[in-house]
Each structure stands twice: as C-alpha cells, then as structure tokens.
Design a protein. Structure first.
Length: 52
C-alpha cells in the first residue's frame, strides 16, 4: 500500500473513532454506518474516481 493510502486510512480511523468499542447499541450502529461509508469511499478516493 502507498504511504498516502496508509496516512488517509489512519486519519479516517482517528476522525471516525472506529477503534472505539462501545456497548451502547446506538453508537454501535453508527459505527457500522461509518465503517460502511469508509469502505465505500476509501477505494474510490484512492483510485481517483471521487475527488476531494
């Protein structure tokens, strides 16, 4: 993986706090949605399909 990809992935994880484990169901569902958004957007950003 490229250095830029790793940096972007780390930044997204920090911003979205995806490493936080929480027992609150509402936050769990929100984290699921954030992970889905990350999984959808990150490859497109890296391929240049979506521009910032």
């Amino acid at each position: 993986m490229s250095q830029k990809y790793d940096k972007l992935k780390t930044l997204l994880q920090e911003l979205l706090q995806l490493d936080q484990t929480d027992l609150d169901f509402g936050l769990y569902r929100q984290n699921q949605k954030l992970r889905a958004a990350r999984d959808l957007l990150l490859p497109r950003l890296m391929s240049g399909e979506v521009a910032l």
